[in-house]
Design a protein around this ligand. Structure first.
Ligand code: PLP
Length: 393
């Protein structure tokens, strides 16, 4: 049977997209589980807790009340107000609820932010290692992800100096994540101000991913970029601290001048974020829920405090205790020269799923592996035993 070739043709830019390796590993792990194997999940960045009970109860109530129609494109007014109140309580910043745009996960927010800022041929500075999808969001627009190598000497974060050194004629902005994925490193308020000044004095826009806020282990919680300036784009999510990955709900806080543009994008790109999730998320800011979530954060801290020295003892190099998120980005150069083979072997032969550094960029990527510590502590202990056995075999 002949096929018309042009039906099968795909756009040039789709060939530049790279796979999200963590999902490849998650799916392979699921396949092994379906065959009856026990797999310890240290690959996906997903809290292993079920969503907190008050949020589930709010969802039941919303269903009983028939809240099943489309919501407004930028989110239900009650949720935009609750998020704005959250900024007042947690950071002491007043945000007009109109500037809060509720999105289908922070993934949709990130996609729209780049859509707003980037023309074909433009460049955007991204930390390497960093969250892999950002480079693909930029490539999707026929633009250039400009990866800036960051190591422990930069606390794995962009700095004002790095921004100035790597800024090119086509660069239009820079993005940071604090705490970062995959390293958990956090930027303090002075560094944030320095970055803001560096980016804006080049005429660019600073985008800040704060989706791991709430999951930090420092004495004081991190500052929001919104404490530093209004003309930044801040992305956040109900996925991580709020434990709602599968509800697909996030938000961004944007300058007033961009609200109408984002409204048009949301209307066209996905009409509205899930109504049920939004009513459920109203319960996320209640004191009772926050105390459950803070308890879970304390458990993550215990897991971090166990896992980092345990990995160090096995020969993984980790530059200090990560300050946030739930990842350890470990240097495996003393153990292997190919992190992907290493991760596949750990998964297939020893039942531990983790993510190769090559998911997060290019800079010393094949020397690293990211371990998520979202499984309960006894499972992490078992994982360490299995890894030890793998290293001996
Ligand atoms: C740094 C960072 N940003 C954004 C996302 C997207 O998350 P979601 O779409 O669930 O909000 C992730 C997911 O792991 C992430 O690690």
């Amino acid at each position: 049977m002949t096929q018309r070739q042009n039906i099968m043709r795909t756009a040039e830019r789709t060939r530049k997209l790279t796979s999200f390796k963590v999902v490849d590993f998650l799916e392979a792990a699921g396949q092994l589980e379906a065959e009856g194997r026990d797999i310890i999940h240290m690959e996906i960045g997903e809290p292993r807790f079920a969503t907190a009970t008050p949020i589930i109860e709010a969802a039941h109530l919303a269903l009983d009340q028939g809240k099943t129609a489309y919501a407004p494109s930028c989110g239900i007014p009650e949720l935009r107000l609750a998020i704005s109140d959250h900024y007042r309580h947690r950071y002491g910043v007043r945000i007009d609820p109109r500037r809060v745009i509720v999105t289908t996960g922070s993934s949709a927010a990130l996609g729209m932010v780049f859509e707003l800022l980037v023309n074909p041929g433009d460049g955007f500075l991204l930390a390497d290692p960093g969250y892999p999808c950002n480079a693909n969001f930029v490539r999707r627009l026929d633009a250039e992800p400009q990866l800036v190598p960051v190591g422990p000497e930069h606390n794995y974060q962009l700095t004002a100096d790095l921004v100035n050194r790597h800024w090119q004629a086509n660069t239009v902005g820079a993005m940071i994540a604090t705490p970062s994925n995959p390293t958990g490193s956090v930027i303090d308020r002075d560094q944030m101000s320095g970055l803001y000044r560096a980016v804006t004095s080049q005429g660019g826009t600073l985008v800040v991913d704060e989706i791991y806020h709430g999951l930090t282990y420092t004495a004081a919680p991190p500052s929001s970029a919104l404490e530093v300036a209004e003309d930044v784009l801040v992305v956040n999510s109900f996925s991580k601290y709020f434990g709602m990955t599968g509800w697909r709900l996030g938000w961004m806080v944007v300058p007033e001048t961009f609200v109408d543009l984002f409204t048009v994008m949301a209307q066209n790109f996905y009409i509205a974020s899930p109504t049920l999730s939004q009513y459920a998320a109203l319960a996320a800011f209640q004191p009772e829920t926050l105390s459950i979530l803070d308890g879970r954060c304390a458990e993550f801290q215990q897991s971090r405090d166990y896992l980092v020295p345990a990995l160090q003892q096995l020969g993984f190099a980790v530059a200090g205790l990560p300050e946030g998120a739930f990842y350890v980005y470990a240097d495996v150069s003393a153990l292997t020269d190919n992190c992907e083979d290493f991760c596949w072997r750990l998964l297939n032969e020893h039942g531990v799923a983790c993510t190769p550094g090559t998911d997060f960029g290019q800079y010393r990527a094949s020397q690293h592996v990211r371990f998520a510590y979202t499984e309960p502590l006894p499972r992490l202990q078992l994982a360490v035993q299995r890894i030890e056995r793998a290293l001996q075999s």
